[in-house]
Design a protein. Structure first.
Length: 100
């Protein structure tokens, strides 16, 4: 069954130690609450407090997965730049297109 009507978001969370976690979801607020309560990704358990550092619309699930992969490949410095600049869309963030 193909999901064509749901909007997906890419998000970055900052942990208490400053680490940036990248994920995708259809509901950013719900997912943040899940992570904060320990019901999200294992990688974040015990790493609080967690704060939403960045999020943007990523389109459909397939596109969101591609963007998530690309953001996870960025260096820490590039991720920090993404958070600092807060582009409204990832297409406005040139480091994601290097190597294409």
């Amino acid at each position: 069954m193909k999901d064509t009507g749901t909007t997906w978001f890419l998000y970055l969370l900052r942990t208490g130690s400053g680490w940036l976690y990248t994920g995708i979801t259809t509901d950013v607020a719900r997912r943040l609450t899940q992570h904060q309560s320990g019901k999200g990704a294992r990688a974040l358990r015990g790493k609080g407090p967690l704060t939403l550092a960045y999020h943007c619309v990523a389109g459909d699930r397939s596109t969101a997965l591609k963007w998530e992969y690309r953001v996870k490949q960025l260096s820490k410095m590039q991720k920090e730049r993404l958070v600092q600049h807060q582009p409204s869309t990832l297409a406005d963030f040139p480091p994601l297109f290097r190597g294409d």
